[in-house]
Design a protein around this ligand. Structure first.
Ligand code: GLP
Length: 262
């Protein structure tokens, strides 16, 4: 099972996760990091940017791979994951833009795009640390329920629920949300040497309970993390609220049964 850490708030989660990345990059300046979109990791990127600045860490040789991209959405659209990663991660942290990759959602080359991305990740030496959010239906990347646990980067159709969840990024207009995406597969994600999954808020509690304490099943893609040797799930109390073994997990704040300084 994944290690579970329950934090006081998002700021504490951000500090913890950013420190994992910063420590890695200081040890290995050519580190390969896995990046996620969505609102969940945003504070981690802010904390990492601050730490890189404060400690003057050289990040110019770090390579990065985003998990996913919409298919058929112009790369320069503000909600393409290429733009989101560039604006929220690459620019503020100071990574070298040419070393930070997103899958190519261009329709003209979509048939080869999965294999091309897999080859690029493999030739980089593989991802050292991958950060993940989780969808309310348990998806990771854009691996919706039913995705093969052995899947590799490929095209997927987004579920209605995910399109509804993501409509907030498209002026609340469901019609503007693309129907398809290209995403690293669950097998691709599991190849990362270390995984950090973050979740906050009550609306993630069911997905987290299924992922952490449910059976390993393609119907909850995040449950595949139970198969990974070095996966950590960082939650606030609301996202952790439906876990049965709450007393056994690590808490980063006082008066909790499993309190530990992390
Ligand atoms: C999208 C992304 C996922 C992300 C999920 C959750 O669907 N493809 O990688 O985990 O959103 O988003 P949020 O963090 O905003 O809840």
């Amino acid at each position: 099972m994944a290690e579970v850490i329950i934090v006081k708030d998002q700021a504490q989660a951000a500090t913890l996760a950013a420190n994992v990345f910063a420590t890695l990059i200081k040890r290995k300046p050519t580190a390969v990091i896995g990046l996620a979109t969505g609102s969940t990791p945003l504070k981690v990127y802010e904390a990492l940017a601050a730490q890189v600045k404060a400690e003057q860490i050289d990040v110019s040789n770090v390579r990065g791979f985003a998990l996913d991209e919409y298919v058929g959405l112009d790369k320069n659209h503000p909600e393409s994951y290429y733009s989101v990663i560039n604006n929220n991660v690459t620019v503020p942290v100071g990574f070298t833009p040419g070393l930070i990759n997103t899958p190519n959602g261009d329709l003209a080359t979509i048939e080869q795009a999965g294999e091309v991305y897999e080859t690029l990740i493999r030739s980089s030496g593989g991802i050292d640390v991958q950060i993940l959010g989780i969808g309310t239906d348990g998806h990771i990347g854009f691996n919706e329920p039913g995705s093969s646990l052995a899947s590799r980067t490929r095209i997927k159709t987004l579920t209605q629920q995910t399109r509804q969840d993501n409509a907030r990024f498209f002026d609340g207009d469901l019609n503007q949300v693309p129907m398809h995406c290209i995403t690293q597969g669950i097998g691709t994600i599991l190849d990362a040497r270390q995984i950090l999954l973050l979740a906050f808020g009550e609306n993630k509690a069911d997905a987290i309970a299924a992922a952490v304490e449910g059976g390993v099943s393609s119907f909850c893609p995040a449950s595949a993390l139970q198969l990974h040797p070095h996966a950590t799930v960082i939650l606030d109390e609301a996202a952790a609220s439906k876990l049965k073994l709450k007393d056994y997990y690590t808490y980063t704040f006082d008066n909790k049964p499993g309190w530990q300084s992390v």
